[in-house]
Design a protein. Structure first.
Length: 591
């Protein structure tokens, strides 16, 4: 079936069920960002492969609502599919619900699959549409009836991590969560989010590409702890370890029925990380408390063991990046490299590192105009051949059993313009400003976002994505609850959080620039004015200086850049060959 044929099939099914509008979110029953193949519903229906978006389909219009990161990509991928791009004004907002409210008459019916919509999204849709006497049904899976050969759920094995890797055992983590439950006076707590489950039980898997998680739910009810998982995924020794921690194991498919028969007075659910179908399964006699999963904040604050492992991982990853860029510089002369071939080569080089498991997301190798697409992924049709001119942006990361990395660098392939050097230097200034920020305890992400953007704002430049996101420990590369973006006002930056700082600048059709490091928030000092914090930079990879216009930098920026590159050479050179070290020495020379 073509995408137009799939859209026609969806509309026929809508008509047969009396549905006037159907909503398809980009999600799964665990409200994941990256999805198992079975739940890549938007890609199947429309061809759009971005990780954020929502389809809304009526009898005469089909739209994809997505944010600025995907405008160009969506426009290209939706061509000829019957779907149109609708540009979100606010990232993550349910603006399609307001559009449906304007388009649909009283008595209309709107439906969606409650397994794919978070409680928060479902409530927003209902709050907007129900007062207009528009019926909302959150239990309709149209796609399952028309998606032939729909992928089944993954069956990859899962495994437990030792305390020497995680720094805290499962019993201790469970006890901490129970303390939070006690403080909130709830008798039950359901965890649907896969990264929370993985952190809490020190379990990892391979059910989602690039994310070492396993499909499951965890229910803490009374004195019982139940893990709902495909039991065939666990070795007998791991089952025994979980049972020793008082964790019962039941089949994954039983989670909904167990929740529906719950005999608890109260249950704690995270509205942003629990699907509507699970929320609706809770008995009416059980009071639902909506709040952040306690494990989410605990997971975001890395302990000393996790931090130490991550520092070591950064050396391995820095060595891989050094070897990659040296190889690139040598091979690009032949005119045979493409965006896809260099992404494959980088993964191959990373895979040589100890404890490497997978990449942490699909590598973004954007040459020239493709660099202006923040979440670009080369396809066979878009795959550009590298030439000895222009800018190359490479955003990549690795999953190691002892940490997760995410790094972006931009390099010159030759014949760089004055404007490109200016833009690169302003982005570099923004990275440095964010990296050297000193801030009082309690500072929120939107404040770091503004500090980082200032050098670009001063030049009347800006970028359409957030400045940074949390990063997991051998877990999701995008990890909440903290982010550095204009809308994050609720989550304070705490000691031990790992975050990205990744300012950018994009000229559509020309080039894109983004420079990204990971940082660890740490205590700095206390005095009569309060407690202050700053960041420890974790990422270890040279920042190109041949693109820098030194006249645009203040002394403190020059000192930071020279100090950073000198530190990179110091940390990586013992792990490189003589020729590799000499090459890196040249790249890290002070400006």
């Amino acid at each position: 079936m073509t995408h137009i044929e799939r859209l026609d099939a969806i509309r026929r099914e809508m008509k047969s069920q009396g549905i006037d509008a159907y909503i398809i979110p980009s999600s799964d029953p665990h409200i994941s960002e990256y999805l198992p193949e079975r739940y890549k519903c938007i890609a199947w229906a429309s061809g759009f492969t971005g990780s954020a978006g929502t389809l809304a389909i009526t009898a005469d219009f089909a739209g994809l609502w997505t944010d600025a990161r995907y405008f160009v990509q969506a426009k290209e991928q939706l061509e000829g599919t019957g779907f149109e791009l609708v540009k979100l004004k606010t990232q993550g907002a349910a603006e399609y619900a307001a559009w449906l409210a304007e388009q649909l008459p009283t008595g209309s019916k709107v439906a969606f699959d409650g397994n794919l919509a978070s409680l928060a999204v479902a409530q927003t849709v209902k709050d907007i549409l129900l007062p207009l006497d528009i019926v909302v049904d959150g239990h309709v899976d149209i796609l399952d009836t028309i998606w032939s050969n729909r992928p089944t759920l993954p069956t990859s094995p899962a495994f437990l991590l030792d305390e020497s890797t995680t720094g805290e055992d499962t019993v201790s983590k469970l006890n901490r969560v129970r303390e939070k439950m006690k403080a909130k006076r709830v008798s039950a707590h359901l965890i649907s989010s896969l990264d929370d489950l993985a952190w809490l039980l020190n379990i990892r898997g391979n059910d989602v590409p690039c994310n070492p998680v396993v499909l499951g739910f965890v229910l803490l009810a009374g004195n019982e702890i139940t893990l709902f998982i495909d039991p065939n995924k666990l070795a007998d020794a791991d089952k025994a370890s979980l049972e020793q921690a008082a964790v019962q194991i039941r089949p994954y498919a039983e989670a909904y029925s167990v929740v529906s028969s719950l005999e608890a007075d109260t249950i704690l659910l995270d509205p942003k990380r629990t699907c509507f179908a699970m929320y609706d399964a809770v008995p009416t006699s059980t009071k639902i408390i909506e709040d952040l999963n306690p494990s989410t904040m605990m997971k975001a604050v890395k302990n000393q063991v996790e931090a130490a492992h991550t520092r070591n991982v950064m050396i391995k990853d820095g060595v891989a990046m050094t070897r990659f860029f040296r190889w690139l510089e040598q091979q690009v002369q032949h005119g045979t490299l493409t965006e896809i071939s260099i992404a494959d080569k980088l993964q191959h080089i990373r895979a040589e590192g100890e404890n490497f498991v997978d990449i942490s997301f699909d590598t973004i190798a954007g040459y020239r105009a493709h660099g202006a697409l923040p979440h670009y992924k080369a396809t066979e049709t878009s795959n550009a051949t590298l030439k000895l001119e222009g800018l190359l942006l490479v955003d990549s990361g690795g999953q190691y059993k002892d940490g997760t990395t995410d790094i972006t660098r931009v390099v010159s392939l030759g014949h760089i313009t004055k404007e490109e050097k200016m833009d690169y230097t302003f982005v570099l200034k923004a990275l440095i400003e964010g990296s050297i920020a000193v801030f009082p305890k309690g500072t929120r992400g939107y404040q770091i976002d503004a500090i980082t953007r200032r050098p670009l704002w001063e030049q009347l430049r800006n970028y359409g994505h957030g400045t940074g996101h949390g990063v997991g420990f051998f877990l999701n590369v995008h990890e909440g609850p903290h982010v550095f973006n204009p809308s994050n006002v609720d989550i304070p930056i705490e000691k031990g959080m790992i975050s990205s700082i990744e300012p950018g600048l994009y000229r559509e059709g020309e080039y894109g620039i983004r420079i990204e490091n990971l940082v660890l928030s740490q205590d700095l000092a206390s005095n009569q004015f309060g407690d202050f914090m700053d960041f420890e930079t974790l990422t270890i990879c040279y920042i190109a200086t041949d693109l820098v216009d030194k006249s645009l930098l203040d002394d403190r920026h020059v000192q930071w850049l020279n100090g950073y590159n000198a530190w990179v050479f110091e940390k990586l050179s013992p792990h490189l060959s003589g020729e590799e070290a000499a090459w890196l020495k040249d790249k890290t020379e002070a400006i």
